[in-house]
Ligand binder design. Sequence first.
Ligand code: SF4
Ligand code: URA
Length: 212
Amino acid sequence: MLAPIPTGIIAEAPARGDLFATDPLAALPSLEEIARVVEACRKCGLGHTRLHSVPGQGNPHAGLVVVGEAPGATEDETGLAFVGRAGQLLTDILAAIKLSRDDVFICNVLKCRPPNNRDPEPLEVAACSPYLHRQLELIRPKVILAMGRPAAHALLGTNASLGDLRQKVHRYRGIPLIVTYHPAALLRNPHWKRPTWDDVRLARRIFDDEVV
Ligand code: SF4
Ligand code: URA
């Protein structure tokens, strides 16, 4: 018998009548429509500096959704999430839990690249996150894998450290959510690969209905 997994943060949907609940973006009918609106979006300054928007891609019925931070240079050039070096590592991480990129949906908190890959600004995250919330609402995966602190912050509303957030089952609007290191961080610190492996195995166990 495996040890029980600690419960983490519980992030609920905003109450009806809340400002965000009345956002028209929250009613976009499909992932395709979200991608179309994102392509034309100028809600923050990144809409003026990007080459291509990067709405996210993959299986619209995915049981697992990966959420990263923001597009980098290769993503900006191609319009696809996680296709540069970090993306190659993500492909390997998914393969380690026997998932292909086509099995999952891969996206980011921000849909446009911050210049020189600088950190997302709070106003940019606030402007862009309705797209992510709606994507998750439409897909309703069995488990969400938040990679890196910005993704955890955007989805759980916490500033906790990554070390505090790992190895717990959080809830995003009822959906189990696992936090792990961002693949770009793993490229800089390979000793985080082992804990990441533990985290994604936990996500896979939820995917397989073994826990929660
Ligand atoms: Fe719009 Fe998000 Fe791009 Fe800003 S980052 S322009 S909010 S799609
Ligand atoms: N880093 C991210 O957070 N997302 C990408 O799509 C690429 C690199």
